[in-house]
Design a protein around this ligand. Structure first.
Ligand SMILES: [Zn+2]
Length: 674
């Protein structure tokens, strides 16, 4: 078993294919590619929904590519680039294409993107996949436009066409206008029954289409796997997606194959990338069936090293290891048909990183369950969450992924989980997840775990009549720009930044500040908010009964990294001190920003994977490990050979004699006395 490099290749048949195919074996060898995924009818070359003549050209290209790739030892896969169609971009349906078009919540109709409930389209799509499957690809991938959201130029997406409205009306038991249905769907407060009607209708149509595609492929090429390309899971939540049934509809009896989204098509600040990697890719992994094979999306847009550097490409490969991937889909070159551009040098990065990825896969470490703070999430939260006034479909996006981003940046091991019955753990909950859990599961969670919550979670508990669980009577939201609070300050003898009374700003934070009215007898403030004139504005970070930590911020944009102002050394230290008191043997990396630590317990050992998302080298990392009896340390660094590592164990600190360069990673194995 080895890691699969699947190169996504766009050639233009009749124009650039001969040169591209002639060059392909050399690139396969240089970049150590295992599989070539042929694009059909892609992006700039896309002519809309295709007829048999156009498909024949691409199937012929796939078959010729398979022959060429085989000479270099690689397989062929196929990526028909459209299902409902990404967006119109000036194209329209043609004569004879009697598909029903997608309509957005405002009633605007697409010209090319279709309604996922349309039976004509479903048959067309199944035929299209059957046609391509005859080339016998290893994988045939379903493009990520297989969704309701993001179909330019529609507002959000669809579908609210007349036929959808007829179905919504049928389920509601009375005739509905579009406006009436959308208003109900997005109504603030307790969810209206239209919410469930929307989510179930949406889910069913795509599961039905998935089964039709899979049946069609299997009828032609039994050995071909049908994989699904996906987008941001919290956005998929707003269209009612349930991962297990959808993926099983595609994969049948075999493990599902999923191209998980990696949240950077171009270089961005590595710390921000890591934060989004945690809220998008890492969270998504936790929502997938355990047997799913993951091939994440390493993509470059808008192409060339002006968008993606070699260093960032490598950083993404190394970071994605925590998804326990079976390989990577690699989309580095433009989609106009140029094919690989050698001057970019990406082939050297791919080849040079490959041994490390193979070793990671062979070690089996990344397949193990992670330990650390358990961040609870659910794919069902769009059913239960309360929207804000002024409804938009984005109001259905859950905000329960926050703590993965925060803990990852703070060097605190964590894992996402959907298991609401866990006990004896440190659990982190943000957003409105408690509504999804319901009262009984929420009470049990607090009774059997230590819990970290954000201010929106506190607000949710108060609204559910469960404020007592966090000793809260009410929450008053303040903006971070209105001057009610401008900084927070450590109180009650708490020492942070090597001093008493340490401060961190809360001005212009980009987050809501939750001023909570607590039962003073149970709440112990670790910080308090102040404004100019040193006027006390209320409790900040608070420990309740020494079992709950309230982080007094919330309501941040879930599609963005946590605001830069939120993440400070003071707040890192504060969170680390609370977590290490509650979980003394959980290794926390101290004194370093934006180095993620992932913990994988094994028999008589603990493996840690460190990924450096800062621009500074990490020298002699110090981990707080409590009384963990470490007897030996080995390391497999991304930049050198594996081997034993010197260490000192003094007090509760473990100092490792190694250096971790920016954007690099290391797998560390701590032997533990039995
Ligand atoms: Zn429709």
């Amino acid at each position: 078993m080895s890691y699969l490099y699947s190169l996504r290749l766009a050639l233009d048949p009749g124009w650039t294919d001969e040169r591209g195919l002639a060059d392909l074996p050399r690139f396969i060898e240089a970049a150590r590619i295992d599989d070539v995924m042929v694009f059909a009818n892609v992006e700039e070359l896309n002519t809309g929904h295709t007829d048999d003549l156009e498909r024949a050209v691409y199937r012929d290209l796939a078959e010729r590519t398979a022959g060429v790739a085989a000479t270099a030892g690689a397989s062929m896969s196929l990526n028909p680039w459209h299902t409902v169609m990404h967006g119109d971009y000036g194209r329209k349906l043609r004569a004879g294409q009697d598909f029903r078009l997608m309509v957005d919540p405002d009633g605007r109709s697409a010209q090319l993107a279709v309604c996922p409930r349309d039976e004509h389209w479903r048959r067309y799509l199944a035929d299209l996949y059957a046609f391509y499957a005859a080339a016998r690809p290893r994988f045939i991938w379903v493009e990520d436009d297989f969704r309701y959201h993001n179909h330019w130029p529609l507002e959000w997406g669809g579908c609210f066409c007349e036929e959808h409205l007829a179905e919504f009306s049928r389920r509601a038991g009375r005739p509905l206008t579009r406006q009436e249905f959308v208003e109900g769907l997005l109504r603030p407060g307790e969810p209206h029954p239209f919410r469930t009607i929307w989510l179930e209708t949406a889910r069913e149509a795509l599961e039905t289409a998935a089964a039709a595609v899979a049946d069609a492929v299997r009828g032609v090429s039994a050995e071909t796997r049908v994989g699904l390309m996906t987008s941001v899971p919290l956005v998929h939540a707003a269209e009612g997606r349930r991962w297990e049934p959808l993926l099983r509809a595609f994969s049948g009896q075999r493990p599902p194959a999923v191209r998980v989204h990696l949240p950077a098509y171009a270089d961005r600040r590595p710390a921000d990338y890591l934060a989004l990697f945690h809220t998008v890719s890492d969270a998504h992994r936790a929502l997938l069936p355990a047997d799913a094979e993951v091939y994440p999306e390493l993509e470059n847009f808008p192409y060339s090293r002006f968008a993606k550097s070699r260093s960032f490409l490598r950083f993404q490969l190394l970071g994605a290891q925590v998804l326990a991937p079976d390989g990577m889909t690699i989309d580095l070159f433009d989609l106009n048909g140029n094919g690989p551009v050698w001057d970019e040098g990406y082939q050297d990065v791919l080849a040079g990183t490959r041994d490390y990825l193979d070793r990671g896969l062979a070690s089996g470490v990344f397949r193990r369950p992670r330990s650390g703070v358990a961040v609870l999430i659910s794919e069902d939260s769009a059913t239960f969450l309360h929207t804000a006034a002024g409804g938009s479909m984005t109001g259905l996006y859950p905000r329960e992924y926050l703590f993965g981003a925060l803990l990852g940046g703070y060097g605190i091991p964590f894992r996402y989980t959907t298991d609401t019955t866990i006990s004896g753990q440190v659990v982190a909950v943000s957003g409105q997840l408690f509504r999804t859990l319901g009262e009984d599961a929420t009470r049990r969670l607090f009774a059997t775990n230590r819990v970290v919550v954000d201010a929106e979670a506190v607000d949710t508990l108060v609204d559910m009549g469960l404020g007592d669980l966090v000793a809260a009577r009410s929450v008053r939201w303040q903006g971070s720009e209105d001057g009610v609070a401008t900084y927070e300050e450590a109180v009650g003898g708490v020492e942070l930044l090597d001093r008493a009374g340490a401060r961190a700003s809360v001005l212009l934070m980009g987050a809501g500040i939750g001023l909570v009215d607590y039962d003073a007898g149970r709440a112990r403030p670790l910080t308090r908010f102040f404004r100019q004139g040193h006027v006390d504005a209320g409790a900040g970070h608070v420990l309740v009964d020494d079992r709950v930590l309230v982080v007094p911020f919330g309501r941040m944009d879930p599609l963005e990294p946590p605001p830069v102002m939120l993440r400070t050394t003071l707040r890192q230290q504060l969170l680390q001190e609370v977590v290490s008191a509650w979980a003394p043997r959980l290794p926390l990396l101290v004194g370093a920003p934006d180095v993620a630590v992932y913990a994988y317990p094994g028999p008589e050992e603990l493996s840690l994977y460190l990924v450096n998302g800062s621009f500074d080298a990490l020298r002699a990392p110090r981990l707080v490990v409590g009384d963990l009896p470490v007897t030996a340390v080995e390391a497999d660094p991304s930049t050198g050979a594996p081997g034993a590592v010197g260490f000192t164990l003094a007090g509760d600190g473990l100092v490792l004699d190694l250096e971790l360069a920016p954007l690099e990673s290391v797998l560390v194995r701590l032997s533990i006395a039995g």
